[in-house]
Design a protein around this ligand. Structure first.
Ligand SMILES: Nc1ncnc2c1ncn2[C@@H]1O[C@H](COP(=O)(O)OP(=O)(O)OP(=O)(O)O)[C@@H](O)[C@H]1O
Length: 256
């Protein structure tokens, strides 16, 4: 059974050569982003993107990550995808993780569309024989015809998206990570992509979706986690959590 367990997971980014302007920082306290630690001696700041996140997502969970800009949603998804390592804490992931963001990651812009089907497939953890079995389906779905023989640097943004989306959704996901905004491509492709996304999500055991859209959260999620400055401040059922987030008297609202 798929499972995600985060135990006091923290992620911070050192930023060198930063001007720390502490007086200005104190006057203009920021509402977005994680917390910032300044070390004036070393001209270094540290952005604390995730701080001591402890949470468990079990089989059947469809969780929405909600929070202001810079609250840590994408960082959390990237930690779950193995793109970022936690600086401290423990992370246990049981199940094959499929990230549906940075979907062109692992592609080589000098290689052809066909070659990139293999590259991206390997990047997503497919074996060579699995890629062989799925290649016809990917080609049919992408509808790029003769362009698959050309280097992908010659593709438009929408064409690249077609190819990347076709490969990314050809796998059998156990844990599906989605950052909202897979919205390039023309209308015909978007309709097809939405249908495929629906089938794809139905096959996943755990979904973690970062979104600013209450409608999307309500339609997809069984639970919601509210993030603020790198921390989880509340979690529960979607309707209650969205109400909490929209409540002008809570800190979650003031941080927007
Ligand atoms: N590569 C990086 N270097 C330095 N700071 C970073 C980096 N990536 C993210 N951060 C910081 O980490 C914090 C969390 O960012 P993150 O992208 O996770 O937020 P988010 O909740 O996804 O925001 P949004 O809703 O705007 O997409 C922010 O303060 C951001 O400035």
């Amino acid at each position: 059974m798929a499972r995600i367990q985060l135990d006091n997971v923290s992620v911070s980014f050192p930023v060198y050569d930063s001007s720390t302007r502490s007086i200005k920082n104190r006057i203009l306290s920021n509402n977005a982003g994680g917390s910032i630690d300044n070390d004036t001696n070393k001209h270094q700041s540290t952005v604390n993107a995730l701080e001591q996140v402890t949470e468990t997502f079990d089989h059947g969970t469809r969780v929405g990550l909600v929070g202001h800009n810079g609250a840590g949603k994408s960082t959390l998804l990237r930690v779950l995808a193995g793109i970022y390592e936690p600086c401290s804490g423990n992370l246990l992931i049981r199940g094959h993780v499929a990230p549906l963001f940075d979907i062109a990651l692992g592609m080589d812009h000098e290689a052809t569309g066909y070659e990139n089907i293999r590259l991206r497939g390997l990047f997503l953890g497919l074996s060579k024989s699995e890629i062989d079995r799925k290649t016809d389906d990917i080609i049919d779905f992408a509808e790029l015809g003769g362009f698959l023989d050309l280097p992908v640097r010659t593709y438009s943004a929408g064409m690249l998206l077609r190819l990347a989306f076709a490969v990314s959704t050809a796998i059998e996901p156990e844990i599906l990570l989605i950052d909202e905004g897979i919205a390039a491509g023309d209308a015909a492709f978007l309709e097809k992509a939405n249908k495929r996304l629906h089938e794809f999500t139905n096959r996943a055991s755990i979904i973690v979706l970062a979104s600013h859209s209450p409608d999307l959260i309500m339609s997809m999620c069984t639970s919601v986690v509210i993030m603020e400055r790198g921390r989880i401040i509340a979690s529960g059922n979607p309707a209650e959590m969205l109400q909490f987030y929209a409540d002008p008297t809570t800190s979650a609202h003031r941080a927007q």
